[in-house]
Ligand binder design. Structure first.
Ligand SMILES: C[S@@+](CC[C@H](N)C(=O)[O-])C[C@H]1O[C@@H](n2cnc3c(N)ncnc32)[C@H](O)[C@@H]1O
Length: 274
């Protein structure tokens, strides 16, 4: 998926072609300034000064790729990131979903850009807490995707350190983690609720009929056109009346505003019309 108005610097385009051919990662769809800043980090680390030299380095030294991808994909995340959003989902979104028909099939949630798993596992815990409180016996299936395999390997292990726990309510830590070592080890029961798949958001979505999509702190890195493509892909992946949750600094724009209605502005929660 190449959008025409993306980056125009010819040297950067050449470098991008190489990266795309070798990894399938299309860096031209990201915002130019932050992208250049992150590439500059790798150029400095390799003591190189041009994109051309860096493209050559990538040919000669394949061990550079994981370092590059690590610099390009910002993986910062934590459990219950922006707890107010989780509160709003629990008090407004989940009850609304349960009030809709088709209660016999599993409630399906997609965490798109899941990084090392803190977000999809938080959703699993949120569902457990919610379902337990209101006494509902419905299965919840959580699909978690990211372009970065390394992050998802960490997610599958389900072992975290205290940095991931800053915003997590202490009573939930006690309930869902083994804290007997210096690590926080997630219970198998919660791990089993989440299915991981590598997926590039710039590819056509393989999902449909979803109830809820969480895509937070991912779209900020993409060009405007790439964001519009992704909004359209989310529309096709949700069922009518399904919800989309974006990050606190992200917002819907363009055509997407015609098919989504703002449900909770502060928490960036949108509902698909129909
Ligand atoms: C800052 S993390 C967000 C994690 C989590 N959603 C949160 O808000 O805490 C951004 C994630 O987006 C992923 N990402 C970047 N480009 C992507 C793409 N084209 N397709 C899928 N995931 C992508 C990165 O690998 C990274 O894990």
């Amino acid at each position: 998926m190449i959008f025409k108005d993306a980056i125009t610097d010819p040297q950067l385009q050449e470098l991008a072609k190489r990266i795309n051919a070798d990894t399938g990662f299309d860096i031209l769809q990201y915002k130019e300034r932050p992208l250049k800043r992150r590439l500059a980090v790798r150029l400095r680390a390799c003591q190189l000064s041009t994109y051309q030299e860096y493209a050559q380095r990538l040919v000669q030294d394949k061990s550079e790729y994981p370092k590059l991808l690590d610099a390009l994909t910002i993986n910062v995340t934590n459990f219950y990131r922006n707890p107010e959003t989780f509160k709003a989902v629990s008090s407004l979104v989940l009850p609304s979903l349960l009030a809709q028909p088709e209660q016999s099939r599993p409630l399906t949630i997609w965490s798109a850009g899941c990084s090392s798993g803190e977000e999809p596992y938080s959703l699993a815990i949120l569902w457990r807490e919610f379902a337990g409180r209101i006494g509902v016996n419905r299965t919840c299936r959580i699909i978690a995707t990211d372009i970065d395999q390394q992050s998802m390997e960490k997610a599958r292990r389900g072992i975290y350190d205290h940095n991931s726990m800053n915003e997590m309510p202490p009573e939930l830590i006690k309930k869902y983690f083994d804290v007997s070592s210096k690590y926080f080890i997630l219970t198998e029961d919660i791990k089993r609720m989440v299915e991981y798949q590598r997926f590039d958001l710039l590819e056509p979505s393989p999902f449909s009929g979803l109830d809820l999509i969480f895509c937070r702190n991912v779209l900020i890195y993409f060009s405007r056109q790439a964001q519009e493509y992704i909004f359209d892909s989310f529309k096709k992946s949700l069922r009518p009346g399904g919800f989309l949750v974006l990050g606190k600094v992200e917002t819907l724009f363009g055509q997407a505003k015609e098919y989504f209605t703002t449900f909770e502005l502060k928490e960036r929660i949108y509902k698909l019309n129909g």
